[in-house]
Write a protein of this length. Structure first.
Length: 227
């Protein structure tokens, strides 16, 4: 009896990227399904049958956490392998992905051969014992505005915050005095501000820090599929 094909869920807002990855993986024998956003992807994962999740990095689920972290916190799908596949190449983004629960981190554009290798390696190997277990303090949270995020941080409600990310278009509409005021408050609260063209203009993402927090350690054995 033939062995059923492993199913890979590709999650990316860009239809061209999804089509390209689907072609690369289906030609290798994987069954491929797609989702364009976090909420639909999470529904598909919870429906069962997904062996590996290949996803863009910062995708929300409609609640206060990202897609990777939501999958990892679900006991029924904790063994699902996850690859963060993104243009973001900074150490901070890589660290955040690993803290959220990614098994591997690939930077776009990625050669087809490498994508197939990483997917095959992760699906076929046993989940590493050293995998990071997500904690209550590791998810990305959202606030409706930069002001509300800063108020929470200043009041101690988000004490572990290290970075606030918001829509670039919204930021560019502010006056210089307003930007200066936000920067001054952020500096006083010891958090960094970063604009991002991918994010919507009416909410911000607040990302926690891992430094000095043993529970969020990302020290794991190096593997050939880690870039």
């Amino acid at each position: 009896m033939p062995v059923p094909a492993k199913t890979v869920l590709i999650v990316d807002p860009d239809p061209y990227t999804r089509a390209l990855l689907a072609d690369q993986l289906s030609s290798t024998g994987y069954e491929v399904v797609e989702a364009m956003d976090g909420p639909n992807a999470l529904l598909r994962v919870r429906a069962g049958g997904i062996s590996l999740l290949l996803t863009e990095l910062y995708l929300g689920t409609g609640s206060d956490e990202c897609l990777i972290h939501a999958v990892r916190r679900d006991k029924a799908h904790r063994k699902t392998r996850i690859i963060a596949h993104t243009h973001r190449a900074s150490d901070a983004d890589r660290e955040w992905a690993m803290r959220a629960g990614a098994d591997a981190y690939l930077i776009k554009p990625t050669r087809a051969q490498r994508v197939r290798y990483v997917v095959t390696r992760l699906i076929n190997e046993r989940a590493p014992n050293s995998a990071v277990t997500p904690t209550a303090s590791s998810p990305m949270v959202r606030r409706e505005s930069l002001d509300s995020a800063l108020v929470d941080i200043e009041g101690g409600a988000l004490a572990s915050t290290s970075c606030i990310v918001f829509g670039r278009a919204w930021w560019e509409q502010l006056s210089l005095a307003e930007r200066k005021s936000y920067r001054r408050r952020a500096k006083a609260a010891r958090v960094s501000l970063r604009s991002d063209s991918v994010l919507g203009n009416h909410f911000v993402e607040v990302r926690g820090r891992s430094r000095d927090d043993v529970g969020l350690s990302t020290e794991r054995p190096e593997s050939p599929y880690r870039r």
